[in-house]
Write a protein that binds this ligand. Structure first.
Ligand SMILES: N[C@@H](CCC[C@H](N)C(=O)O)C(=O)O
Length: 295
């Protein structure tokens, strides 16, 4: 057996071009320190990805063991800089696609444990056009405030809404997505105390009735081509701005959210839970040379 095949096994997947290195580790035996995650996610010297999804049995992971009765599998999500995040919306769809593709779960309804709690996932059956879309119950959005959050890029400033989808978001409505600039650095967000653990920043424009487009700068990963939790945060921010609140009206509200990497459809239900629907693709599988891992 070659040195490469004796090394770490991985797969590559993406959801609306938010891409991930997937590392199956059912028994939780791997040590994945932040520096190794960052090397694996490096687009030139590694496999490349916006983040990494470690696939671990909930019972085998100390953070997930309390969820093991509800969800057999835990999504141990890391950003591309190696930092840990509570939740990843595109990641959970890709994670579910992996479970079904690998025969570790049936299609249809399944549950995935995340650091933000258990998420219910529905994997639609494959149709003539390929694999069906995946819908995730993302939990309730929280709008913890404070008022007066400001996002600055260059000479421009916008008021922002703090939305938590388990992970933190600052949502700003802009006239033109180009006004966010190149987003090579994290936008300045003030007051810093609103986000003690950092923040994902979404820039949003209107495309039509209940239809928006966005760009995102992700905490720990930089600008990405999509962010599922960000799209959910944007949907709720847009709904409140538009005077729509399902808990008040008794009517669910759906927005189409366009991202550079594709389209997500987000619904806020009457009980406040948010549903996210979109594609998920597994495109490659391979092994990593043990000598590279040791380097
Ligand atoms: N791309 C993800 C979000 C990943 C985590 C985020 N960068 C954070 O640190 O909170 C998504 O699709 O939700």
């Amino acid at each position: 057996m070659s040195e490469i095949l004796k090394g770490l096994r991985f797969l590559k997947g993406h959801g609306t071009e938010n891409d991930f290195v997937i590392v199956p580790d059912p028994d939780g035996l791997l040590d994945l320190p932040p520096a190794l995650v960052a090397r694996l996610c490096d687009r030139r010297a590694g496999i490349g990805g916006d983040g990494l999804l470690r696939v671990v049995r909930s019972a085998a992971h100390p953070e997930a063991a309390p969820m093991a009765a509800e969800a057999e599998w835990f999504m141990d999500y890391r950003n591309s800089d190696g930092s840990v995040a509570e939740m990843c919306g595109n990641g959970v769809r890709v994670f579910a696609r992996y479970l079904v593709t690998a025969g570790l779960a049936e299609g249809g309804e399944l549950a995935v444990a995340t650091r933000a709690g258990v998420r219910a996932v529905r994997v639609a059956a494959e149709g003539p056009d390929g694999p069906g879309e995946i819908t995730v119950t993302m939990g309730r959005a929280e709008l913890p405030g404070p008022d007066g959050i400001v996002v600055t890029v260059g000479e421009r400033q916008w008021p922002a809404l703090n939305v938590s989808m388990g992970n933190p978001h600052a949502v700003v409505f802009v006239d033109d997505l180009a006004h966010a600039g190149k987003l090579l650095d994290p936008p300045a967000v003030a007051p810093a105390a609103a986000y003690p653990a950092g923040v994902n920043v979404e820039f949003v424009v209107d495309r039509g009735p209940r239809h928006v487009a966005m760009r995102v700068h992700e905490r720990g990963s930089g600008e990405t081509r999509s962010c599922g939790t960000g799209a959910c945060a944007v949907m709720v921010a847009a709904a409140r701005r538009d005077g729509a609140d399902p808990a008040r009206t008794g009517q669910p509200v759906t927005y189409t959210v366009d991202l550079p990497g594709g389209r997500l459809v987000i619904t806020e239900q009457v009980d406040g839970t948010v549903l996210m629907t979109g594609p998920a693709v597994i495109l490659a599988e391979g092994g990593i040379d043990q000598r590279w891992l040791a380097g």
